[in-house]
Design a protein around this ligand. Structure first.
Ligand code: T3D
Length: 263
């Protein structure tokens, strides 16, 4: 498959996936969903990939669903949005959460609707200072999807989650950082370089161990302390059998830089 609505490349362990429908602020249509899905499949299947960097082309990151595909003629049957979530958005969110490697999201501009919640399914979110997050759903009679009703209260608390979801106001990248919605806000001109440099750093680190960190932290809000302690025990057992753990300890003892292979 060649890509028309995304830009996709793999270089030195870093997969770069950039949404590329800038005239529609990178809103999702069926083709973009299919291409993103294919790119994520390649990321999963290519053993050389150790980090995914997700971003967008143009002045927006993503404006959610392409609403041009949702106009309903008077008297016509309503689209089945549940089917759309089941078929497109939910698998995308699950795929990002379950990818066994760090996923960085560089939010280059406005992120609205599903486009505001897709970054929240990633592991490290950087945003350009001029970017903003809008839970636009309420303005068209919908509720936040793409995991928004799950991640928002966990990240910013129920009071702020409800205000964001019910008012649909624009949240600046700086405020998003202060509220703990995202990791870091950086100057617009520096965003791509900062995100790439973070991605290249992570691609040289113990990927398997990072994937276990992701798995354990993703599970923590749904576990009791006892369950989480058991999970840490089980995952640390796996980590302890990895090449990179052996190498990390050997490098420390020999006072030399470690050379991690990712497994
Ligand atoms: O439907 C399902 O499958 C269920 C799943 C739903 C998930 C969802 O994401 S629902 C929420 C959908 N998204 C929105 O409601 C956001 C709509 N967009 C906006 O509110 C605004 O565009 C923004 C706040 C994001 C940005 O505003 P602004 O003033 O910076 O830009 P603009 O002028 O509104 O948009 C620029 C162009 O992008 C414009 O096209 P034009 O006039 O230059 O030809 C606009 O129509 C287009 N655009 C922006 N968002 C969408 C879009 N085109 C189609 N769909 C969009 N979502």
């Amino acid at each position: 498959m060649t890509f028309a609505t995304i830009v996709f490349s793999i270089d030195n362990g870093v997969a770069l996936l950039s949404l590329n429908r800038p005239e529609q602020l990178n809103s999702f249509n069926g083709q973009m969903h299919a291409e993103v899905r294919e790119a994520l499949k390649r990321v999963r299947q290519d053993a050389s990939v150790r980090v995914l960097l997700l971003t967008g082309e143009g002045r927006g990151f993503c404006a959610g669903q392409d609403l041009a595909d949702r106009s309903v003629a008077p008297g016509a049957e309503a689209p089945d949005l549940g089917q759309s979530l089941e078929q497109f958005y939910n698998p995308l969110i699950r795929s990002l959460r379950e990818l066994p490697m760090p996923v960085i999201c560089a939010v280059n501009g406005v992120a609205a609707g599903a486009g505001a919640n897709i970054p929240l399914a990633c592991d490290l979110v950087l945003a350009a200072r001029s970017a903003s997050f809008i839970q636009a759903f309420c303005k068209i009679g919908l509720l936040p999807d793409s995991g928004g009703t799950w991640s928002l209260p966990r990240l910013v608390g129920v009071a702020r989650a409800k205000a964001l979801a019910m008012l649909g106001n624009r949240l600046s990248a700086e405020q998003a950082e202060q509220w703990g919605l995202i990791y870091r806000c950086v100057d617009d001109a520096a965003l791509r370089d900062e995100a790439l440099s973070l991605a290249r750093h992570l691609a040289s680190q113990p990927t398997y161990g990072l994937a276990l960190i992701k798995r354990s932290l993703n599970a923590s809000f749904d576990n009791t302390l006892d369950q989480q302690l058991d999970l840490e025990r089980d995952l640390q057992r796996l980590a302890g059998r990895s090449h990179d753990y052996r190498e990390g300890v050997a490098a420390f003892m020999e006072k030399r830089p470690a050379v991690f292979k990712g497994n």
